[in-house]
Design a protein around this ligand. Structure first.
Ligand code: URA
Length: 221
């Protein structure tokens, strides 16, 4: 896929907004016709950490913002444990429109929305991508199982976005009412600053993932 070159724009802060405007007009899959509004993502354009969830729920669909329901409150609580606020990070989803009845996004919906996510990553250039839940993890590291790699940082090379470090977490909504998963999630979350530090200090201990096939992409632009 061909990725737009944003380097001619002087302010990095403007770039997510420009992309958001494009996403608002997206009709690449049928989700748009069944939801109230697009939930593009939000946060700091300078964020070192990008959180990627699955897709908007009811509250997100109402407000047009990611993670503003119960799972979002829990996410904010956990950000507090590592002395961050949601404005310090970037929060996005694999699909930008709410699947009807909060069902799982279909493979073709994830596929249709994927170029937007790549654009967001390209603009934000996070040092660490934290995947929230199975769908988000699957998109980036399809051969990995969340139960085996949660709390582990893995690096993978993508032709469109270069080498990225991923840190898989259980989804806050899944962990919210599950005591043991909640404990694991909080423990993993509290390790994020250490992972970030390791990345900044050469990151040589971060495992490299090579074997996975990168899905074929079409160009959006
Ligand atoms: N769950 C998600 O995966 N994303 C949201 O934005 C909200 C809930």
């Amino acid at each position: 896929m061909e990725i737009e070159n944003y380097s001619h724009m002087s302010f990095k802060q403007d770039q997510p907004n420009i992309l958001t405007k494009k996403m608002m007009n997206c009709t690449r899959c049928s989700l748009r016709s069944g939801c109230r509004q697009v939930v593009p993502g939000e946060g700091s354009a300078e964020a070192e950490i990008m959180f990627i969830g699955e897709g908007p729920g009811q509250k997100e669909d109402e407000l047009g913002r990611p993670f503003v329901g119960a799972a979002g409150k829990f996410l904010e609580e956990m950000l507090g444990y590592i002395n961050l606020k949601r404005e310090d990070v970037y929060i996005a989803n694999v699909v930008k429109c709410r699947p009807p009845g909060n069902r799982d996004p279909l493979p073709e919906e994830v596929e249709a929305c994927w170029p937007w996510l790549l654009e967001q990553i390209k603009i934000i250039q996070p040092k660490l991508i934290v995947t929230l839940g199975r769908h988000s993890l699957e998109r980036f590291l399809p051969a990995q199982k969340i139960s085996q790699i949660h709390g582990k940082a893995l690096r993978r090379d993508f032709p469109e976005i270069g080498r990225q470090v991923f840190y898989a977490l259980y989804h806050p909504a899944a962990a919210l009412y599950n005591g043991s998963m909640r404990e694991v999630l909080i423990k993993d979350f509290k390790r994020i600053p250490k992972v970030l530090e390791a990345i900044k200090n050469s990151g040589s201990e971060i495992e490299e993932i090579k074997e996975e096939k990168v899905p074929e992409q079409e160009s959006l632009f």
